[in-house]
Design a protein around this ligand. Structure first.
Ligand code: AGP
Length: 611
């Protein structure tokens, strides 16, 4: 989700680059940099921190040139430092590259290039691309576009690449595989970017590269080629959005955009973890020797929505590995005098990586001798420095205060960890492992099917937006969904909502039920289905309206529903990934019905850095 800009034309590149980067900074903001061809050299200036840090640096220097590229980074590999900021160069310093995505085989390529004599200056996957292009040009004495066309057949993973070379001023070569890339021309210039906002000030006629396409951008010209080097026709799309709409990708709010980004967030988070032999890989997680064999207890600590993904993780880890799992609110954990030692594995979950309660909890766990693994969405965040190992979600920047895509990414990241532990401990059959991995790989498309029922959800939201109280009930992992659905509704609509174990209703909460009280029931988990329907009957008998989240085509659920959200079927332990999406949409549409701002709910912050 990085911000990429490229300019080539008759004017100075730098002002156009900085303007475009500023308009894309919401996509990634942990470091920034530019590369401009000045004479027979490429001037590169990079700074960790927000774009303003780079702008300050540039204000006291002269960077002239009419071919340049710029990048605001959302780190995926390598902490956000000056040295890891893009652009990255080859050994000669004459090739500069910026990149958005993940090069999955970067470590193999880096080792090969080092053996060939290349020296690296960063920890990023991107720098590999610059040296790979250099080695191809050296071997074949070819042009930049020929080298890029060859390089894309070697690279694995997701990439939007933008490259320049001092020997070829006036030309920018780009390549797209998965990560978005657009281009355009205006008076005497050629432009390329990772997002529409960067181009709108110059042109509304946009060329969107498709997957497996190469682009050659020159002043007034965009040419496209396939990965075999054959030229393909260029078509443009007229974009009428204003700038604000463009930043939100045409969605009304960042929260809705991020809900709809969830299929890609799942793909990017799972990318590279399941190999072709059906094995689970956690290559970036370096376990201390003997830890995996020694673990006899796992403790999950987190807050808010991250605590809810921990609830689901408890079910998956215990079911697949038979290791007992305790689950603690981070703010309570260290005060209950927990039993921890060097056989304990503590999993700290924090999308921001900065939550004070969670940081304090894992620091305490380490003092007690436990091994700590963090699950976070932010490379270089504080939690990555306190943990022994990190599993990153790759959901991209989440601007909405309410966690949505980071939550779903946590679910698949935690299930990947659980499967890995099961694989390493031999506690799960190959067949079951394969079935589960197949079901996980199907989730991104299934999330799209849930997004497609937004009409049903919006209708229910209009119907119940005036409710004073809403109860969410579920069983097993359905509790995860009930708790998360209630939190979403609370935090962006200010309606009192409560997630409750359906089996617990009769022990008190059912007293809250009176005619018209909406009860959201999650009935997708097959094992507890009959019990869940019985609980639905209980509340309906007392006058409740029931909003059911149920498998598609479930006529028994339909018969009991005032509103029905039908979702695709998946493995029981994976149902929270699909069920939650319906409830995220429900909360969002209720907020809109009430005229509230889902992106900036009152009293809340995106990252709670105080205890
Ligand atoms: C989620 O929608 C809330 N905004 C909040 O509960 C959040 O999940 C919590 O503060 C934890 O944040 P973290 O994942 O960054 O630790």
């Amino acid at each position: 989700m990085c911000g990429i800009v490229g300019y080539v034309g008759s004017g100075q590149a730098l002002p156009v680059l900085l303007d475009g980067m500023a308009r894309l900074e919401y996509r990634g903001y942990d470091s920034a940099g530019v590369a401009v061809i000045s004479g027979d050299a490429v001037t590169v200036v990079r700074k960790a921190g927000h774009l303003e840090e780079l702008t300050k640096e540039l204000a006291v220097m002269e960077v002239l040139g009419s071919t340049g590229i710029g990048h605001t980074r959302w780190a995926t590999h390598g902490a956000p430092t000056d040295g890891n900021a893009h652009p990255h160069r080859d050994c000669s310093g004459k090739i500069a590259v910026v990149h958005n995505g993940i090069i999955e085989n970067h470590d193999v390529l880096r080792a090969r290039l080092i053996r060939e004599g290349h020296s690296f200056s960063s920890d990023t996957d991107t720098e590999v691309v610059a040296h790979l292009i250099e080695s191809i040009i050296e071997e074949e004495s070819c042009s930049l576009i020929s080298a890029v066309t060859k390089a894309v057949h070697v690279l694995e993973g997701a990439f939007a690449l933008v490259c320049i070379r001092t020997e070829e001023p006036g030309c920018i070569i780009v390549a797209r595989q998965v990560s978005p890339l657009i281009a355009g021309t205006a008076e005497g210039m050629g432009l390329v970017a990772s997002g529409i906002p960067a181009l709108l000030a110059y042109t509304r006629d946009i060329v969107s590269l498709e997957d497996n396409q190469i682009g050659e951008i020159r002043a007034g010209s965009v040419r496209l080629f396939d990965f075999e080097g054959d030229e393909i026709p260029v078509s443009t799309v007229r974009v009428e959005w204003n700038l604000e709409a463009a930043e939100k990708g045409g969605y009304e709010d960042f929260m809705l955009k991020e809900i709809f980004e969830q299929p890609q967030a799942l793909r990017d988070t799972m990318r590279g973890h399941f190999d072709r032999q059906g094995r689970v890989k956690l290559d970036d997680v370096h376990w201390k020797p003997g830890v995996l064999e020694r673990i006899d207890k796992i403790v999950v600590v987190a807050c808010g929505t991250s605590y809810h993904s921990g609830m689901m993780a408890k079910h998956s880890i215990e079911h697949w590995t038979r290791i007992p799992v305790e689950l603690d609110l981070a703010s309570e954990f260290r005060y209950r005098d927990p039993v921890l030692d060097d056989r304990s594995l503590v999993i700290g979950i924090a999308q921001s990586g900065e939550t004070a309660d969670t940081l304090a909890a894992i620091r305490f766990a380490k003092e007690m001798g436990a091994t700590v693994i963090a699950v976070t969405n932010v490379v270089g965040s504080s939690i990555t420095r306190h943990a022994d190992a990190v599993i990153f979600t790759h959901a991209g920047p989440e601007i909405g205060v309410a966690a949505t895509k980071t939550f779903l990414a946590q679910l698949v990241a935690l299930n990947t960890l659980a499967l890995y532990l099961a694989q390493e401990r031999g506690s799960m059959s190959r067949d079951k492992m394969t079935e589960t991995i197949d079901a996980m790989n199907a989730l991104p498309e299934q999330v799209k099917e849930v997004l497609a029922i937004q009409g049903d959800v919006r209708r229910a939201a209009k119907r119940y937006a005036g409710a004073a109280d809403v109860l969410f009930i579920g069983r097993g992992v359905g509790m995860t969904v009930a708790m998360e659905g209630a939190l979403k509704l609370k935090e962006i609509t200010y309606i009192h909502a409560e997630g409750y174990a359906a089996g617990e209703l009769k022990h008190g909460a059912i007293a809250l039920i009176e005619p018209g009280v909406p009860v959201v029931a999650i009935v997708t988990g097959q094992k507890l289905y009959d019990k869940m329907l019985a609980n639905v009957e209980e509340v309906r008998a007392r006058g409740a309206d029931t909003i059911m989240v149920a498998p598609r085509g479930d006529e028994r659920a339909r018969a009991l529903a005032n509103e029905l959200f039908e979702v695709p079927s998946t493995k029981p332990l994976l149902t929270p990934v699909l069920d939650t999406v319906a409830l995220q949409l429900f909360a969002y549409f209720v907020a809109k019905e009430k005229g509230l701002s889902p992106d900036k709910p009152r009293n809340l912050a995106k990252s709670v850095t105080v205890e």
